[in-house]
Design a protein around this ligand. Structure first.
Ligand SMILES: [Zn+2]
Length: 289
């Protein structure tokens, strides 16, 4: 038996990287709240999480086993009531024989959903640490605010907090067809929903209208929110919508997309993995098995 992700999700909250997946086993705390004593290690090497144990029962390491973190480890909270500390190691570092490095963005990573989600949280924390060393206003080295993840600049006094970037992702329908798009770097024949980042001064719904129009030339109406998924690569939240076709001819924006097409529900291309909100929306709206 191997650890595997679910093939079906009841709610978007149940998707990997959302904290519901941790099922109360992890409590995020601030880095200055380390109670001391032994605990577990959340060790990342790029997008890979290091785990011990059999493929069927992966676990967080309880020691660093001689690995040298590239920066001082950071307390992130409690995993099953034990201190959980985050460390990053170089991709070149050799691993103990019984350890594995699992890529968190694999289509079907061999991890249970809680460890996958915790790895994603660690990835996001490291991104914040990387991007918050210096004040974005004046460039001085920042200091931690007590009791939280935010930081303060001792030079100009500004406060900075972890930045999570909202993106919209939308399934556009027209009669029995759906509008799907693909990027050139994706696997052959793989398509997904239109998606993009918010711009200045936009509501989520306004971003849906603009992204679909920019990428495909199509105008949409009847925009409905379905749910959201944390996407820690490096720090997004994907907000999922459906919309109906209103007008316009399909014109693919070639600077962003390789292709976009109206697909019949009976003749769909290769779809994104089940662990994504894109697939959740497709499965739910099209009642796919
Ligand atoms: Zn400053």
């Amino acid at each position: 038996m191997i650890a595997a992700l679910p093939n079906h999700y009841l709610s978007p909250n149940d998707l990997p990287f959302n904290s519901s997946c941790l099922d109360g086993r992890f409590q995020l705390q601030s880095p200055d709240a380390d109670p001391g004593g032994d605990g577990v290690w959340l060790i990342l090497s790029g997008n890979r999480l290091l785990v011990t144990g059999k493929t069927s029962t992966p676990a967080l390491p309880q020691e660093l086993a001689g690995l040298k973190p590239v920066a001082a480890p950071l307390f992130v909270g409690l995993w099953e009531q034990r201190p959980c500390r985050l460390a990053r190691i170089s991709p070149e570092a050799g691993l103990p024989d019984t350890w594995r490095a699992v890529n968190l963005i694999d289509q079907n990573p061999l991890l249970p959903i809680d460890l996958l989600t915790l790895g994603g949280t660690g990835r996001m924390v490291l991104h914040w640490e990387d991007s918050s060393r210096h004040c974005g206003s004046c460039g001085a080295v920042m200091q931690r605010l007590p009791g939280e993840w935010g930081k303060a600049c001792p030079s100009c006094g500004s406060h900075h907090f972890p930045r999570i970037h909202p993106c919209v992702i939308v399934l556009v329908k027209h009669q029995d067809k759906v509008l799907l798009a693909r990027k050139p770097e994706w696997a052959p024949n793989r398509y997904s929903l239109v998606a993009g980042f918010l711009e200045f001064g936009e509501s989520l719904e306004e971003a849906v209208v603009r992204e679909v129009a920019e990428e495909t030339g199509v105008q949409v109406t009847n925009i409905r929110y379905l749910g959201s998924q944390c996407w820690p690569f490096p720090s997004q939240v994907m907000t999922g919508f459906t919309a109906d076709y209103a007008s316009g001819e399909l014109v693919v924006q070639e600077s962003e997309l390789e292709d976009a097409q109206w697909f019949s529900v009976d003749d769909l291309p290769k779809l994104p993995p089940k662990r994504s909100i894109a697939r959740f929306i497709l499965d739910k709206v099209l009642e796919l098995p």
